[in-house]
Design a protein around this ligand. Sequence first.
Ligand code: ZN
Length: 185
Amino acid sequence: MPTSHATGTIEVICGSMFSGKTEELIRRLRRAQIAKQRVAIFKPAIDDRYAHDHIVSHNEQKLRSEPVRQANEILEKTRDAQVIGIDEGQFFDNDLIAVSIALAKRGVRVIIAGLDMDYRGVPFEPMPQLMAVAEQVTKAQAICIQCGEPATFTQRLTLARDRVVVGATEMYEARCRKCYVPPEE
Ligand code: ZN
């Protein structure tokens, strides 16, 4: 059943690693559950850092979620959800943009958390596009490990060239713009 006359919205929670994105996502989803709304939670199947069937924040909060391989699967799996939470949005294909818009049109409140930049400081698709079409964007900040100022960059402490090194938080550090050192090309 589609939700009747609800106005759908898209909310984006973005920021660097260790900025508390997932924590904030979990906080919003918990409140929706307390309000007895039907909540569905998804994460990309690539992200198996902790549990396959939960989203987990660095401070150990967790909520049951369903892993999906492609953004389009979310449309099929959520016929009656009023609120849909999506974690690690940057690991999804660009179809996540159209999927989020379609869900919002259906009356769903869509909340997406994800990295807005990769370790090179380059915008991490599809997050920039989602930020553009969202009703509300929250840019969470971490604390710079070097100087203690608010941090928006993710410093990679390894020479690995892959855009994503999954499951290796010790290879990363939050840094402010001043302390962040971009990798050499
Ligand atoms: Zn700093």
